[in-house]
Design a protein around this ligand. Structure first.
Ligand SMILES: [Zn+2]
Length: 210
C-alpha cells in the first residue's frame, strides 16, 4: 500500500473519530473517502458496518472506480461508495465526507418540498471555498433518498451538474454530503455546513418560544 494511502487512512480514521464524538456518525452511519491516485482511480474508503468512533487506519479499504476492493481486505466498502466516486469524478474532489447528524437529517426533511435549503447572511459561510462575504447565498440541494445506489449516483451526478456552485447536498431523511480539493478542505466544509444547519435550526426553535 502506498505511503499516500497510509497517510490518508490515518487522517480519515482521525476525522471519523472526531465526527463521531460530535454525534454526526452514530450507529455505524456515515462514510468517508479520499483520493489516493486518479489514474487509475483509487480511493481510500471507509468500510461498511464499522463503528466510526472505533475506526482504525488499517480498516480503510482501497477501491477502484467501480467500488471494487483492490486492497487485501476481507471488509466490504460502504454501500454509498458509488456516490463518493461520482462526486470525485464530477467535482474533481480529493475527498468526500458524509455525516448523519440530527440537524442535517431534520433539514433534509423539512425543506424537501422546496428542493433545497438556502443559507445566507452568516459569517461562517466564508469557511466554504471561494466564498468571500457573509452576503453569500448557499443553496444546499435535497435529493430523495434511495437504496438503489446506481440510480442514486445518477441523481447525484445530475444535481451536481445543475448546481455547479454547491459545496454539498442533502439526501432526504438521511444525511449530508460535502467534499473538498483536499481532505482538510472537505472536513472544513462539513464542519461549516453542520454549524450553519444547527444554527438555523436552533434559531427557529428559540424564535418560536420567544
Ligand atoms: Zn448515509
Amino acid at each position: 500500500m502506498s505511503n499516500n494511502f497510509q497517510e490518508l487512512a490515518v487522517s480519515l480514521a482521525a476525522i471519523a473519530k472526531g465526527f463521531h464524538g460530535r454525534g454526526w456518525l452514530l450507529g455505524t452511519s456515515g462514510n468517508l473517502s479520499a483520493v489516493v491516485q486518479r489514474e487509475p482511480l483509487r480511493l481510500a474508503m471507509s468500510p461498511s458496518g464499522i463503528d466510526k468512533g472505533e475506526l482504525t487506519p488499517d480498516q480503510l479499504l482501497s477501491i477502484d472506480e467501480n467500488a471494487r476492493i483492490v486492497s487485501d481486505h476481507a471488509g466490504k466498502p460502504s454501500d454509498e461508495s458509488l456516490l463518493h466516486i461520482r462526486i470525485v469524478k464530477q467535482r474533481g474532489a480529493g475527498a468526500v465526507l458524509h455525516t448523519h447528524s440530527i440537524w442535517n437529517t431534520i433539514f433534509s426533511d423539512l425543506y424537501a418540498s422546496e428542493g433545497g435549503v438556502k443559507i445566507e447572511g452568516y459569517e461562517m459561510l466564508k469557511g466554504l471555498e471561494g466564498v468571500r462575504t457573509h452576503e453569500h447565498s448557499e443553496w444546499l440541494p435535497i435529493i430523495d433518498n434511495s437504496q438503489d445506489m446506481p440510480a442514486l449516483a445518477e441523481l447525484v451526478d445530475q444535481t451536481l451538474k445543475e448546481n455547479p456552485a454547491a459545496h454539498g447536498f442533502l439526501l432526504r431523511r438521511h444525511g449530508l454530503y460535502s467534499w473538498g480539493d483536499t481532505l482538510a478542505q472537505a472536513k472544513r466544509h462539513i464542519e461549516i455546513l453542520e454549524f450553519l444547519l444547527e444554527t438555523m435550526g436552533r434559531t427557529s426553535l428559540i424564535r418560536r418560544t420567544m
